[in-house]
Design a protein around this ligand. Structure first.
Ligand SMILES: [Zn+2]
Length: 202
């Protein structure tokens, strides 16, 4: 049986993070009954963004420019590179106002059970980016979950092996074990950034 266009929309919406089947249904009926103009605006904005937005070749952030605004900015410190798992994590650090260096987004974390190893993440790209001569410090800001910690360890070993001259630090453990950066309040993130430690001293 063919899926109706209403069911298709509900199904697409409920795949989004934080939206359950009930909310997806409510949104769909609201968009299609009372807010037709808003619905078209949303549809056009989505089409437009999907067409224009891509990954920044320097850091993997989303952008509709050649490189993203964080990489293009001349106000940021070139010597410091902060490694995060996702764009959402980068945004939290940005909101904490504790970082004025550059970023690198791994696009996830090591998760052997889900088949995500070093080759599935952007380790090679990170190594290239971190080997640029102006980079002096790499701050590892992966989450404090078991997988995030394993990812931090793997990155620090990789950097030590190929780029031993780099200072490699990890944001401090003011962030509770098991925590996702994305859901941590900005003051805690700012403290963790300020108290970052050299890997050996952990
Ligand atoms: Zn970028």
């Amino acid at each position: 049986m063919a899926v109706s266009s209403i069911e298709e929309l509900i199904d697409a919406l409920k795949r989004l993070p934080g939206i359950g089947p009930k909310a997806a249904q409510r949104m769909t009926y609201q968009l299609l009954t009372t807010e037709k103009e808003e619905a078209l605006r949303l549809g056009n904005a989505l089409l437009n963004a999907v067409e224009k937005v891509r990954r920044c070749p320097r850091c993997n952030n989303l952008t509709d420019k050649e490189v993203c605004s964080y990489c293009a900015s001349t106000q940021r410190e070139d010597s410091q590179l902060c490694v995060v798992e996702t764009v959402a994590d980068m945004m939290v650090i940005e909101q904490s106002l504790s970082w004025n260096g550059r970023y690198f987004i791994l696009m996830g974390r090591l998760s052997p059970l889900n088949g995500i190893g070093p080759n599935e993440l952007e380790f090679r790209h990170l190594l290239d980016r971190a080997s640029e001569p102006e980079v002096k410090e790499v701050v590892i800001a992966t989450s404090f979950t078991a997988e995030g910690e394993a990812t931090a360890l793997a990155i620090s070993e990789l950097l030590k092996k190929y780029l031993p001259q780099l200072k490699v630090t990890r944001i401090a453990k003011g962030i509770p074990a098991g925590a996702e950066l994305e859901y941590t309040d900005v003051n805690t993130v700012a403290q963790a950034m300020l108290n970052r430690r050299i890997r050996e001293n952990l």
